[in-house]
Design a protein around this ligand. Structure first.
Ligand SMILES: N[C@@H](CCC(=O)N[C@@H](CS)C(=O)NCC(=O)O)C(=O)O
Length: 264
């Protein structure tokens, strides 16, 4: 039987959120996954499916129709495989869930801008901006479920969306020694974050994998782009990340070589 095909980059947070949703629904096998290596020129046949857009994930339905944007595909999966709905069904809760999710783009951007920065003068402001996002999440969680763990009674759509981003932010723990302040103002979001990171449906990536693969982001190059003096991106599939050493942390001072990163 034909299945929908998801063209994706497994280490990308926008792909992982879809994997988390399918795992929660127990439906990973209903979708065929095609892995794309973004360090290589893109297959023209794939590019032709999404004119004007190169970003992944891209979903191709059995009849050839295309969808992109992870949040759109997320809801499509939830509605199409509706036996076990993950989004809230009560209209008010649905609205709160949407509001909570509405900040994910800014949250992701703030984390990525922070890791990619190499100007020490800007570090404080970038840290501050990300903490303001966590503060907003803390306030939302306090308002809607102060004594609980998740936004509602279980790991839901909001958690699918944010967990994969918070897992990418392991790169901030490593390269920026970033941690949430251990204060009352962040206690609720810290509890939520810990439960999200530990959830069994969200174990597709590890901190070691993220720190190694995202080294190039930490020195300013995203999406598989090549840095000066380097012939390979830290995003390459071969050599695979488990065999590579942990990257150096001195991102403000220099860019490590292919050899030092175990890429040749
Ligand atoms: N807003 C998009 C973002 C997707 C995105 O940025 N994907 C990255 C990988 S993490 C990508 O495909 N980069 C390669 C490219 O844009 O050509 C979504 O949520 O799906």
């Amino acid at each position: 039987m034909p299945k929908p095909i998801l063209y994706h980059v497994p280490v990308c947070p926008f792909s992982q959120r879809l994997e988390i949703l399918l795992a929660l629904k127990g439906m990973r096998d209903t979708v065929e996954f095609h892995v794309v290596d973004i360090t290589k020129p893109r297959d023209p046949a794939l590019l032709a499916k999404t004119p004007g857009n190169t970003a992944l994930p891209v979903l191709e339905l059995e009849d050839g129709r295309i969808l992109n944007e992870s949040l759109i595909i997320l809801r499509y999966f939830d509605e199409r495989f509706a036996e076990n709905t993950i989004a809230r069904t009560d209209p008010y809760e649905r609205a709160v869930e949407r509001l909570f999710i509405s900040r994910e783009g800014a949250f992701g951007n703030n984390g990525y801008r922070f890791v990619m920065n190499r100007d020490r003068e800007k570090t404080g402001a970038l840290r501050h901006a990300l903490l303001a996002d966590y503060q907003w999440l803390n306030d939302m969680l306090m308002q809607h479920n102060p004594g609980g763990t998740f936004l509602f009674d279980r790991f839901g759509l909001a958690e699918c969306v944010y967990t994969s981003l918070m897992m990418r932010f392991w790169f901030l723990d490593y390269y920026e020694s970033f941690e949430l302040p251990q204060t009352k103002g962040f206690a609720r979001v810290a509890r939520w974050r810990a439960a999200c990171l530990a959830h069994p449906a969200a174990q597709q990536v590890t901190p070691e994998e993220i720190v190694k693969l995202y080294y190039d982001y930490a020195v300013g190059a995203g999406n598989g782009a090549l840095l000066p003096g380097r012939s390979r991106s830290s995003f390459v599939f071969d050599p695979d990340w488990p065999g590579r050493p942990m990257p150096p942390k001195d991102k403000y001072d220099r860019i490590a070589s292919d050899a030092e990163l175990g890429l040749v």
